[in-house]
Design a protein around this ligand. Structure first.
Ligand code: PLP
Length: 454
């Protein structure tokens, strides 16, 4: 990207000379130069070239209430002036963290009334791993250590987070996963369902959990962790048969269930949590992203009362972060939750914008490149294929990346996971903005197809 704008070129030079960007090919980015995002409002971003871009990904799944809400800036500013920092380690606390813990317990599923705060979703899952093992040790079953997770799940990028996740390209770097974490197949019918119907495949995928528990021995298994809907893996909405069968298995064996709600939480599905949407009964829920609408980093782990009762008998939990429950982050999260509640943003997703987005997105099914459109709430995925009937891909062509580039160039952020295009717009997106998103998506599908037909 060579820009005529000297300011853009200057920022790109700084990137090239000094910055190492996450999940990036450093050398390639040096050559190409990053797009510089300078400001944002509502569902729109602006880059340093003056382009207006519809953000179909809410940043990185996080900007629930949209960009540019002064109330959050004011809450941060007020808290910084009053008490910018204090730790929670040595039998101290401060008002924002306590008020936030209460607000979260009010919106969390019944019986989940305690929160351990972290700085991110990854740290939430690290906390989970240590808390699960500590829990079983207190109960006199220290062997219940193994955490069962899923292939192609995403649980963060720390050592524990990346190990819990099922991304092989992450495991390959750094000798992961760490011991005591095993992965079972994912409920991704479109890619892996073969000749099974979605319902048959959902039951098969769920049964893999039972088989793994029996193989390891229930006395060695501490917990099962899963995203209600896989996000980074490609917005994988499991077949309707999946969660009911998983619930039967969880009821049968004495292991903990952890819902990673980092994406599904705070309204993404049209309910407060993905666990509400599917009627799950987790023992722990990891949260981050929508918790603060991404305005400031914060994550956490919501814990069920029965689990807390056991932890209460275990003495010190030797774990915590300098920024656990940071007062400024807590004040911002509180204000974010207040806005979600008072403006009935999640109710509007459920009754109005989610049904509208899902209907409009499915109109893309008639496009020659589209093998499946799926989604729940304000999550959507479009599978790009060569052959609709066999679900065969354009192998080795990088179709997803081609489409993503067209989206960028035409004022739409839509992410590519392989050849799956995914969206997760801010929860405040309007019907008119949804029309714009779908129109731009169709245009970019046309442009992608024309390249393939070369
Ligand atoms: C983003 C994400 C995480 C990691 O959160 P970070 O704040 O990036 O550490 C964990 N789980 C899921 C489901 C996520 O989408």
């Amino acid at each position: 990207m060579t820009s005529n704008n000297p300011q853009t070129r200057e920022w790109q030079a700084l990137s090239s000379d000094h910055h190492l960007a996450p999940f990036s090919d450093f050398k390639q980015l040096k050559e190409k130069g990053p797009r510089i995002i300078t400001h944002a409002k509502g569902v729109y971003l602006w880059d340093s070239e003056g382009h207006q871009i519809l953000d179909g990904m809410a940043g990185l799944w996080c900007v629930a209430i949209g960009y540019g809400r002064d109330e959050l800036a004011d809450a941060a500013s007020k808290q910084m002036r009053e008490l910018p920092y204090y730790n929670l380690f040595f039998q101290t606390a401060h008002p924002p963290v306590l008020e936030l813990a209460k607000a979260i317990s009010e919106i969390a599923p019944a019986g989940m009334n305690h929160v351990f705060f972290t700085g991110s979703g990854s740290e939430g899952n690290d906390t989970m791993l240590r808390m699960v093992r500590h829990y079983w040790a207190i109960k006199g079953q220290p062997n219940k250590k193994v955490i069962i997770s899923r292939k192609n799940g995403y649980h963060g990028s720390t050592v524990a987070g990346a190990s819990l996740g099922g991304m092989t390209y992450m495991h390959e770097q750094g000798d992961l996963p760490i011991p005591g974490i095993v992965h079972i197949p994912q409920p991704y019918w479109f890619a892996e369902g073969g000749d099974m119907s979605p319902e048959e495949f959902g039951v098969w995928a769920a049964n893999q959990l039972e088989e793994k528990i029996l193989e390891l021995g229930v006395d060695n298994v501490g917990a099962f962790i899963a995203e209600p809907i896989q996000g980074a893996g490609g917005v994988i909405v499991p077949p309707d048969s999946y969660w009911p069968r998983i619930k039967e298995i969880l009821a049968k064996y004495d292991i903990l269930f952890v819902a990673d709600e980092v994406i599904c939480g705070f309204g993404r599905t049209g309910e407060w949590f993905g666990s509400d949407f599917y009627g799950l009964k987790p023992d722990m829920m990891t949260i981050a992203k929508g918790l603060t609408s991404g305005y400031i980093p914060m994550g956490g782990l919501i814990v069920r009362d029965e689990v807390v009762a056991v932890l209460n008998e275990g003495g010190d939990f030797n774990h915590g972060f300098t920024y656990s429950g940071h007062p400024v982050a807590a004040a911002v999260a509180l204000e974010n939750i207040r806005i979600l509640r008072e403006e009935k943003i999640i109710e509007r997703v459920r009754s109005e914008t989610a049904p509208y987005l899902q209907k409009r997105l499915r109109e893309l099914n008639d496009h020659p490149l589209v093998g499946e459109v799926r989604g729940v709430g304000l999550l959507g995925a479009i599978e790009l294929v060569k052959d609709k009937a066999t679900r065969a891909r354009y192998e080795g062509k990088g179709v997803g990346m081609i489409c993503r580039q067209f989206c960028f160039d035409n004022g739409l952020i839509m992410r590519a996971v392989g050849d799956t295009m995914i969206i997760a717009p801010p929860l405040v997106i309007s019907k008119t903005e949804i029309d714009e998103l779908v129109a731009k998506a169709r245009k970019c599908l046309d442009l992608t197809l024309s390249v393939l037909q070369g």
